[in-house]
Design a binder for this molecule. Structure first.
Ligand code: ADP
Length: 601
């Protein structure tokens, strides 16, 4: 890991990028869906508009056809009426000449009743056998109309065809086309030739209904292939004569469907163009949204990165403060130059722990310095003594006996120094963990009595009673070498710091799961304030008492404590100044011999 700031910044930026990416993706998808919806609505709208335009156009054309058919119907009526006038004119002359003896005109008034009798109609038909139009007049009347083709048929077999029809004709069965209707029209798509398809309207109109009574063609009707099948209901004239008496005319008007289809094709093209425009507009909008998202993301990312950098810097400021404070620590100054108020709650435990560690370090450092001074001091005393003895020996020629005594003094100093150095090495091995626990099964009672025997001469020399009390054959699975060192040290101290005619007891006892060793004396005791320090290295309650005796350099109890910890034993001391002391060691031990054997494996 490079640095907390770097890692935090990267983590935050990654989180920001991830969040932005996710949010953008969702926003983009949502926008894309909305735009897709809009596009599909626009497409549907274009299609609907196209259909509406086609339908309207078809309606318009159909209406125009019907209007044209009605116009023609009126023209026909005019020509027929004109023929009838001519007929009446002739017969009026006949009437005028009737008194002259002619009886042929007796029925003339009947003929004058506008053809309401078949006989009169027959005569009328004969008078007007054909329909003729002046093309110029037709052009004027039909100017701007859609029909290129028209055809007029009458019930009295008079007919007329537009020139555009040439040899073709628009067939219609006059007898079956709405025989009971006085006014009726029908639309139909018709194939006139292989290459010509037309849409036509067939209008049946009885003469009586032409003119002002003819209803206007309906507007805005729904399209249909043959809308004439459901024509608007013409006004009903209850007084109108029966249809069979009406001289009906049949007008057909038609236009080329190719023209309508071409118009529809242009509408379709317009629709396709609109759809293409919508699609390109859709793509542009989507592209714009993408660009906007990218810009927003970039700006947010940059702003977020800046804020993140600032926040991380702010958050790590106390850590920097701590780093600076720690960097000021050196071997002369172990103080952490920082106050609690300057640190956040999260760093306070670290600072407190650091302060404690520094205190311990400071003490250890001081102890180390003290130890160096103590070692120097402890070694200097025997060395000085030895140098003084050697100087004395060399000052003049001595007898062999004198030389021997002096050399023995030197040897004693060397032995004491050797012991001290050995103890220092023992502690150094303990510190380094180089003195391992070497367990074996042995009789602790036997070991303890050996130690007592070893210290007995010293005790006797000081007039101190040394006694051993304990169960025999107390087997234990432990390290005998280290236990011996512990016992020797404790017994030595008990003898050393005793009073004349004092006594020392070594007691062994066992309890379930433990063996207890007690070394008790009734010697000088230890001050309560110094009791906790006697296990420190080179500590002596009264250093003056050991002046000149380099075997008491304050390392014995430090070794006892180190070994007791290694053996997993508890170590307690109770002492009263002037009354004596008791050192108690509680050794862990199996409950029975089988357990001993098992633990020894
Ligand atoms: P030393 O080598 O000086 O005996 P120790 O580490 O063995 O060093 O003991 C440290 C100090 O504890 C001694 O200097 C002595 O003052 C005190 N002390 C140890 N054992 C006893 C005891 N049984 N009675 C009184 N004082 C004791």
């Amino acid at each position: 890991m490079r640095s907390i700031r770097f890692s935090l910044t990267i983590c935050f930026l990654a989180l920001l990028a991830f969040s932005l990416g996710g949010a953008s993706l969702m926003a983009y998808r949502s926008a894309s869906r909305n735009l897709e919806g809009r596009l599909s609505i626009q497409k549907e709208l274009a299609q609907t508009t196209y259909k509406d335009r086609c339908r309207d156009e078809e309606n318009r054309l159909d209406d125009a056809l019907l209007f044209q058919a009605q116009t023609l119907a009126r023209l026909v009526q005019f020509h027929v009426d004109w023929g009838k006038l001519r007929f009446l004119e002739l017969h009026t002359l006949g009437l005028l000449t009737a008194p002259t003896g002619s009886s042929a005109y007796v029925q003339a008034p009947i003929w004058a009743l506008q053809g309401t009798r078949s006989f009169a109609f027959d005569l009328f038909r004969r008078a007007t056998p054909s329909i003729r139009f002046d093309p110029a007049e037709l052009l004027t009347r039909l100017d701007g109309q859609v029909a290129e083709f028209f055809q007029i048929d009458t019930a009295w077999n008079a007919s007329y065809k537009s020139n555009s029809l040439e040899a073709m004709s628009m067939a219609i069965n006059l007898a079956t086309f709405a025989p009971d209707e006085v006014l009726h029209w029908e639309y139909e798509d018709l194939k006139l030739s292989e290459s010509l398809k037309v849409r036509r309207v067939v209008l049946k109109a009885s003469r009586f209904l032409l003119g002002p009574t003819l209803p206007a063609p309906p507007r805005n009707r729904n399209p249909g292939p043959n809308r004439g099948a459901e024509p608007p209901v013409p006004p009903r004239n209850n007084n109108a004569p029966d249809a069979s008496f009406r001289p009906a005319i049949f007008i057909q008007c038609a236009y080329d469907l190719a023209k309508r289809d071409a118009l529809f094709a242009s509408f379709a093209q317009q629709r396709d163009e609109d759809i293409l425009n919508f699609a390109s507009e859709h793509n542009k909008d989507l592209e714009g949204f993408r660009g906007m998202l990218a810009a927003i993301n970039l700006l947010t990312f940059l702003a977020g990165g800046g804020i993140c950098f600032w926040l991380v810097r702010l958050g790590l400021a106390p850590l920097n403060l701590l780093t600076v404070a720690v960097s000021h620590i050196n071997e002369k100054d172990f103080n952490l130059d920082i106050t609690d108020k300057q640190l956040p709650e999260e760093l306070k435990p670290i600072a407190i722990r650091l302060g404690l560690t520094l205190d311990q370090l400071k003490k250890a450092f001081a102890r180390e310095k003290q130890a160096t001074a103590d070692i120097s001091h402890e070694l200097r005393t025997p060395l000085s003594a030895m140098l003084a003895t050697l100087d004395l020996a060399l000052r003049k020629t001595r007898t062999v006996e004198e030389y021997r005594v002096m050399l023995e003094d030197c040897r004693e100093s060397c032995t004491n120094m050797h012991k001290d150095v050995e103890r220092l090495l023992t502690l150094a091995r303990l510190d380094a963990g180089a003195d391992p626990f070497r367990p074996e099964l042995f009789d602790l009672s036997h070991l303890a009595s050996d130690c007592v025997k070893m210290l007995s001469p010293l005790a006797q020399s000081k007039g101190i009673e040394l006694q051993f009390e304990g169960e025999p054959n107390l087997d234990i699975h432990s390290d005998p070498g280290k236990l011996k060192e512990i016992l020797v040290n404790l017994l030595h101290n008990a003898v050393q710091y005793n009073k004349p005619s004092g006594s020392v007891f070594l007691r062994l006892s066992s309890r379930p799961g433990s063996i207890i060793i007690e070394v008790e004396d009734n010697g000088i005791g230890i001050e309560a304030s110094k009791k906790n320090r006697i296990f420190e290295r080179f500590f002596r309650v009264d250093a003056s008492r050991s002046h000149g005796d380099s075997t008491n350099c304050g390392l014995g109890l430090a070794i006892v404590k180190g070994y007791a910890e290694l053996l997993g034993a508890g170590l307690e001391v109770t002492s009263e100044l002037g009354q004596g002391s008791m050192f108690k060691i509680v050794l862990p031990a199996p409950l029975n011999k089988e357990a001993f054997a098992a633990s020894a494996v």
